[in-house]
Design a protein around this ligand. Structure first.
Ligand code: ATP
Ligand code: MG
Length: 314
């Protein structure tokens, strides 16, 4: 966006610097900021923070809006193919921008392979099912593999070097680091070019650092803040947010699936589409949509190949 922070009434060079230092580099990031967070991160007072946010919201047409305007905003939503027709169908046509999509499942089920495939397919032109944009990949487990992305790009007939150039990778070391990276992302990358943001996995640091019942409430509070920050990026920049989540053994389940997604209600409420993945026969994978406001519950099958993920042959 062309408007600089200095164009905001009442914001001179010193306040603009405070805003930038706090991670607010454009009008979009201010429009979606909560007042208290803006105050905390910049040191500016309540009245000014409130005025700046109101101005930014008005500027980008984001106050109370009519359902028609909302419909128009949603019509800018794009969908990205997963490389697998049956999974695309399950998702209503692919991964959506302006939404959070969560892939949940046990170890080695293929969550990271889906993310790698999306790193490539999201770079396809829009008329080929892509988002024609850059990718931000936050890797919390050290499993991002440029070699594997290279291989998938080759199989999609894309220039692997260009594909790799278009992916920003952030290796994340702690939950605080994860939150800071997301909060300050607009300072480091040109968000207008980013169309996909992946966090693989969303939960591992939170689970590793907050152990025991007594720390559960503070962990969930932080996770909630983090998920809201991701949702705001998805809305402000019309990008798709994809997160992976772990499966936990649930001893209270006697019948049905003996596992449940980590992160409890906070995760359940924050993610627009939740897809549960499990292993099927003959090395196939089964994906189930478990929670969606607009799509029917259904099942898809895929296999992991050199091309990333693909439909099963039969
Ligand atoms: N080039 C490839 N061709 C076929 N299968 C592959 C290829 N690369 C990886 N796989 C398969 O992908 C699976 C691992 O998937 P992935 O790493 O995505 O799991 P995950 O769900 O992310 O697990 P975790 O919870 O441990 O992160 C393994 O079964 C592996 O055999
Ligand atoms: Mg993984």
């Amino acid at each position: 966006m062309a408007d600089s922070l200095e164009s905001i009434p009442g914001v001179g060079p010193s306040t603009a610097k405070k805003l930038r230092d706090g991670g607010y580099v454009d009008i979009e990031s201010l429009a979606v900021a909560p007042v208290l967070e803006l105050m905390e991160r910049t040191g500016i007072g309540f009245a000014l923070a409130q005025r700046i946010i109101m101005w930014a919201r008005e500027k980008i047409g984001w106050d109370v809006v009519s359902a028609k305007e909302l419909y128009e905003k949603r019509s800018k939503m794009l969908r990205c193919t997963t490389g697998c027709r049956s999974l695309d169908k399950l998702l209503g046509g692919g991964i959506e921008t302006q939404s959070l999509t969560e892939f949940i499942g046990p170890y080695a089920v293929g969550k990271t392979q889906i993310c790698f495939t999306l790193c490539v397919t999201s770079q396809l032109p829009v008329d080929k099912g892509g988002l024609d944009g850059m990718v931000v990949y936050l890797d919390t487990e050290g499993t991002f593999s440029p070699e594997r992305v290279h291989q998938i790009a080759e199989h999609w007939d894309l220039d692997p070097q260009r594909v790799l150039e278009n992916i920003y990778v952030g290796r994340v070391y702690t939950s605080d680091h994860q939150m800071i990276l997301v909060d300050h992302l607009p300072e480091h990358v040109d968000m207008s070019r980013v169309k996909l943001l992946i966090v693989d996995s969303i939960i591992s640091h939170f689970r590793g650092e907050y152990v025991g019942r007594e720390s559960l409430a503070s962990r969930q509070q932080k996770l909630n803040r983090h998920l809201h920050a991701l949702a705001r990026l998805a809305e402000a920049y019309n990008l798709a947010v994809v997160v992976t989540n772990q499966a936990l053994a649930d001893p209270s389940q006697i019948y049905g699936n003996p596992n449940r997604p980590a992160g409890g209600n906070i995760m359940a409420h924050a993610c627009t589409h939740r897809i549960w993945i499990q292993k099927g026969k003959n090395n196939t994978r089964i994906a189930k949509l478990i929670d969606s406001p607009s799509l029917p519950e259904s099942v898809a099958r895929f296999v992991i190949t050199e091309k990333g993920i693909e439909d099963c042959e039969d």
